[in-house]
Ligand binder design. Sequence first.
Ligand SMILES: Nc1ncnc2c1ncn2[C@@H]1O[C@H](COP(=O)(O)OP(=O)(O)OP(=O)(O)O)[C@@H](O)[C@H]1O
Ligand SMILES: [Mg+2]
Length: 396
Amino acid sequence: MTDPRGGGLPALSAPTIRVRHLWHFYGAREVLRDVSFDVGPGEIFGFIGPNGAGKTTTIRIMATLLEPLAGRVEVDRHDVAIDPDKVRRVIGYMPDHAGVYEGLTVREYLEFFADAFTVQNIGVVDAVIELTELTNLQDRLVPALSKGMKQRLQLARILLHDPKVLILDEPASDLDPRARIEMRDLLLELRELGKTIFLSSHILTELSDVCTSVGILERGRLLVAGPIREIAAELDARTRAAVTEAVPPPMAALGQTTPDTPADSRLEPAPAPLPTAPFPVPDGQAPPLVFGGGGFTAPTTTTGGASIPAATRKRLKLRVLGTSEPVVPLLAGGGGVLSVEAAPNGHLSLEYVGDDRFVAEVVRHLVAHGVGVVAVEPERNELERIFLEITRGELQ
Ligand SMILES: Nc1ncnc2c1ncn2[C@@H]1O[C@H](COP(=O)(O)OP(=O)(O)OP(=O)(O)O)[C@@H](O)[C@H]1O
Ligand SMILES: [Mg+2]
């Protein structure tokens, strides 16, 4: 690939995995429909989707075990259909369910595969055992390992030929919470070693702090792909537009740009408008929108009738000094606030639409009104939120 700016030099950031217009069928059943995405060098790319979405099919095509019926897949610039041998040399592929051989110890198993991969340096087995922390298990029989240990052994196996790209189908399935954390740390370590990692998973919360980018697949279609932050920002912008329509802007907008702001002030890029705005003071110049059963509830539809997607509503848990009931009117009616509920022991639950600046504004506002804020805890994992918002829960 050449630099699109010309000059014929190789582009510095040519994607390590490039998928273009990929289709696949099993018989007459369409399983992948025009899937295109890139994975850049050094990324940890999470491929997420419900059961049957087509993740394993895509992965098997990347791993040269299935031929694409239409479209192109390149790994490290080698086309999987034209140069499968070259692709196999640069990838380490861990299937979702790998068999392990009976009667071999961990070390013997790895030495066997090192031979099969014609790995010359016998020190590699030691290095891989150390890296995957299998030292204490190296003399155990493979069938006697737990599922998590077997998964770790599979990862060790695919590292033997020092591949540039790791393709892992559900590497964290069957793992207990501790083993998942260890797997996550290992993936981060492998990334530090320069590997590009493509992995599929259902376990959203585990992935969000390890993945640099994600792709979400549903019913064979790629719904979105890119860095998590960019996707989240895009969703927030969409939601903000829906909410701006649904929730009238508060009257007294402290520190907000007004429509009268002189044109000059636009020389500096203004921050994106917040769905939040200053919260009403207790005597309530900005009346709550709709009152109901204990807290207040903002409309769930826009004035145009479009609903505010449930998954874009976020929750924030707060704990304040003293009781939480007097704090409710400080928050209710604030721009972006959908509902506020007081709970015992100073706990509050706030449903809102907005980004991190909303949370910062809530804290600032409460502190300014003399409330002692003890804890602030966003409730929904960002990747989970994206997933819920983007997918429709359809299985194929
Ligand atoms: N060998 C096969 N023959 C026929 N249909 C298949 C075959 N393998 C998979 N499918 C079908 O293709 C679709 C995609 O399957 P795939 O295994 O790629 O999904 P997945 O996203 O990996 O799902 P999971 O999360 O359950 O692993 C499913 O509808 C599945 O039933
Ligand atoms: Mg699968």
